[in-house]
Design a protein around this ligand. Structure first.
Ligand SMILES: NC(=O)c1ccc[n+]([C@@H]2O[C@H](COP(=O)([O-])OP(=O)(O)OC[C@H]3O[C@@H](n4cnc5c(N)ncnc54)[C@H](OP(=O)(O)O)[C@@H]3O)[C@@H](O)[C@H]2O)c1
Length: 316
């Protein structure tokens, strides 16, 4: 998966004024259409409203408004939710400034149509200009009549981590502790199953690192069984989280930025026990869980389990 920014940027960094683009450069938009055609586009709600639905491309629109919808659009409320919706495909972040800023740490390359004008504007491309940037280097420059398409690439590509037994980290990442994996929020009525680890005594959700060839949900189900002896089935995604600095590479070559997934799940068979990794497993209500020492990364997942409707997808 390659994440590309695409934008038309004036010499002074301006990209917008009063909700639209402060210039007309005939022909420039053809390059945008050709580059993005057939690929998902991730954009802000304001940018979407400035141009509406464009044919032949998925629109994933970010908004904080839980009720906002538009026909033909997939709605996301966070970076992680947008990444999860995109899946494995190469995609474009088409703006505006707020959304480029949100994805700045994720972008692999930027295709910028540089416009030789200095218009007044209220919206500026974040980080502009990129001459002498420590992060970006100019990879190519293609002159047109009235604009120049400049491609920037990351000087140091994002690290690649291969999904393998307990997650093999690449030497380049230099981070042998990196684990991509999945957890299960196993529910039974108004109670949630938590397990306690021998190593730190903190409570957490069952889960762990993916093994070669597994999907996220297969990891979650296997880990739940290994740790508690329960057979569980997943119902929906409770949360998905990304690491901007890392690309997960699957054995079949697929690449994703999503780093971990937590599933809402239910018990199919068995009663919760212990294992060599888990010294205790118990069911807790929301009030009981609120008083427990829970590993910090799992605290928001526990809260999301109790606060969200079953079947909904929560990503923050
Ligand atoms: N020159 C170019 O290539 C180009 C390309 C695209 C856009 N533009 C211009 O840029 C301007 C629009 O850019 P903009 O920066 O004002 O707006 P934007 O990035 O298009 O959209 C901002 C909106 O995105 C949502 N959002 C922001 N952060 C979020 C987060 N963390 N989680 C969830 N949703 C989030 C919010 O929607 P809600 O308010 O609904 O919560 C926010 O109002 C326009 O003038 C447009 O014409 C220029």
């Amino acid at each position: 998966m390659t994440i590309s920014f695409i934008a038309a940027v004036a010499r002074n960094g301006v990209v917008g004024r009063d909700g639209s683009m402060p210039w007309r450069v005939p022909g420039e938009q053809r390059g945008f259409k050709a580059a993005t055609m057939g690929h998902p586009m991730v954009m802000g709600r304001r940018t979407f409203e400035s141009h509406g639905l464009l044919p032949g491309r998925r629109h994933i629109v970010l908004t904080r408004d839980p009720d906002w919808t538009a026909e033909g659009v997939e709605v996301a409320h966070s970076v992680d939710e947008a990444l999860f919706l995109v899946g494995d495909e190469d995609f474009f972040v088409t703006g505006g400034a707020q959304i480029w800023a949100l994805f700045a740490a994720y972008a692999d390359r930027m295709l910028l149509s540089e416009i030789p004008l200095e218009p007044e504007g209220d919206t500026v491309f974040p980080g502009w200009p990129f001459t002498d940037s420590p992060v970006w280097r100019e990879a190519s420059r293609e002159p047109h009549d009235g604009w120049t398409v400049v491609t920037y690439e990351r000087r140091k590509p994002r690290a690649q981590v291969e999904v393998g037994p307990r997650i093999a980290a690449s030497a380049e990442a230099g981070a042998t502790q990196i684990k991509a994996g999945a957890t299960c929020a196993i529910g039974d009525g108004d109670r949630l199953l938590l397990t306690r680890r021998e190593d730190n005594g903190l409570w957490c959700l069952p889960g762990g690192g993916a093994e070669i060839g597994e999907t996220w949900s297969e990891t979650a189900v296997r880990e739940a069984r290994e740790e508690t002896g329960l057979r569980v089935a997943v119902d929906s995604v409770l949360a998905a989280y990304s690491r901007p600095d890392v690309v997960i590479v699957y054995p079949d070559g697929r690449r994703r930025t999503i780093f971990g997934v937590c599933f809402r799940a239910h018990v199919v068979d068995g009663s919760a026990g212990t294992s060599n990794e888990v010294t205790e497993s118990r069911w807790f209500t929301a009030a009981e869980a609120a008083r427990l020492p829970i590993i910090p990364a799992h605290r928001p997942l526990v809260r999301a389990f109790f606060e969200s409707e079953p079947g909904t997808t929560i990503f923050d």
